[in-house]
Design a protein around this ligand. Structure first.
Ligand SMILES: [Zn+2]
Length: 411
């Protein structure tokens, strides 16, 4: 058997098995006793509902995961990639055009196949737990806008990468690296002003108690705020959140309208303080630097494997090509990505503690940070007792209880 077949197949199956084991442990860790820390925020019914939400989503994840796995294996071993490639070559559009057809067809097929799952998740599961605010029209328009953006933004990017590796010679990986890095930096500026408003309304936060409290906090910690916006998150879901966009002098904060509705001014300042903590501790710059380095390593490895016929044999291809190589290398690289992802999440969890610490030590009453974590857990029906192994594999944020304990220990 081809060595790449063995490696990729083993990686896929190990990943799937780890998922099953961690999910089982996670379900077993669901405890009927509400952790004491949350007693002032949760009632029995909400706690039971949050556990049911975890159970339902775990089961749903297992079904979609198994379906995707079987579909991929069937397509792969039926020689689907080669059939698709021969079909795409039939249009005679040159290597870039053929590559766009090949990858585009896979993306469209994947989108259509996952559509029923996505409909079920939004209109059955989220609906049942009272989160869903999306109507059929918003759902359809979102999908169409998403598709249009992939064509307009993803298409040229993919064409560029294929062109670099096709015509760039030895240094193709370096050109592709520079281009993708430049692209993602530009997106940091373009996304908040051009792309996000396509999906949501952003209104400047009106003058009043909240705006003054936020501005005076930002002043106190010497953080220049370009704008404070309210985002109509309630258009899709009752879940709440807040986030920063842009960097340098162009920083803005967006608060979900659902967040503002459910929280006091002091709690909202605490949320904001946490987000500012990420900037003050340079987490955003660290993350970007690491991801730029990873991209470089990935493209360098890609340029090596694009020359290896055995990788293409593993997928029963008659002909080698840059575009199919991109896809196959992505599958070969995925175990490395999983391991790197685990390290990135470990770092991300440490960053969350640091941002919490920054918030707790700069707001007037550190208890507000703990309060807001409890209320957000409740509003989003978070799992209060996730299994440590599940957290290790999947969580970018430490569980709320751990964060609250850390806040208590440092103040
Ligand atoms: Zn954070």
């Amino acid at each position: 058997m081809n060595i790449f077949t063995i490696i990729i197949l083993a990686a896929i199956l190990i990943d799937f098995t780890l998922g099953i084991i961690s999910n089982r442990l996670n379900l077993k860790a669901l405890s009927n006793d509400l952790p004491g820390e949350f007693e002032d925020v949760y009632d029995e019914e909400t706690y039971a509902k949050s556990q049911e939400y975890t159970r339902v989503n775990t089961k749903f994840g297992f079904i979609t995961g198994s379906f995707d796995l079987l579909l991929l294996l069937a397509f792969w071993f039926a020689g689907g990639f080669n059939i698709l490639d021969q079909w795409a070559r039939g249009f005679d559009f040159g290597v870039i055009g053929t590559g766009l057809i090949f990858i585009g067809a896979l993306v469209i097929a994947k989108t259509l196949i996952s559509l029923p799952f996505s409909l079920y998740s939004t209109f059955v599961i989220e609906e049942r737990f009272g989160f869903n605010k999306t109507d059929a029209k918003t759902f359809a328009v979102d999908r169409l806008k998403g598709l249009l953006l992939s064509v307009l933004i993803g298409g040229p990017l993919l064409a560029g990468i294929i062109a670099f590796f096709e015509f760039g010679g030895t240094w193709a990986w370096a050109y592709a690296w520079i281009a993708v890095t430049a692209f993602s930096l530009i997106m940091q500026y373009v996304a908040p002003t051009w792309i996000m408003p396509l999906f949501n309304k952003f209104e400047p936060l009106e003058d009043g108690e909240l705006r003054q409290a936020i501005e005076s906090y930002a002043d106190k910690v010497d953080f220049p705020l370009q704008g404070i916006y309210v985002m109509d998150g309630s258009k899709r879901s009752s879940k709440s959140n807040a986030f920063f966009t842009g960097f340098g002098k162009n920083k803005r904060i967006a608060l979900y309208d659902t967040l503002i509705e459910n929280h006091t001014t002091e709690e909202l300042v605490a949320v904001l303080a946490h987000e500012i903590g990420h900037y003050k501790k340079k987490h955003i710059v660290k993350n970007m630097t690491i991801s730029i380095l990873q991209t470089g390593i990935m493209f360098a490895l890609l340029s090596i494997f694009l020359q290896v016929p055995a990788l293409f044999d593993a997928f029963f291809m008659d002909e080698m090509s840059v575009y199919a190589g991109l896809l196959f290398f992505g599958m070969l690289y995925s175990p490395v990505e999983t391991i790197l992802g685990i390290f990135m999440q470990m770092m991300s969890r440490r960053h969350e503690y640091e941002a919490d610490h920054f918030a707790a030590t700069t707001i007037q009453n550190p208890e507000e940070m703990a309060n807001v974590l409890k209320k957000l857990s409740k509003d989003n029906l978070s799992n209060l007792t996730p299994h440590p192994f599940y957290v290790f594999l999947n969580y970018s944020h430490p569980p709320a209880l751990k964060r609250i304990e850390a806040i208590r220990n440092t103040i």
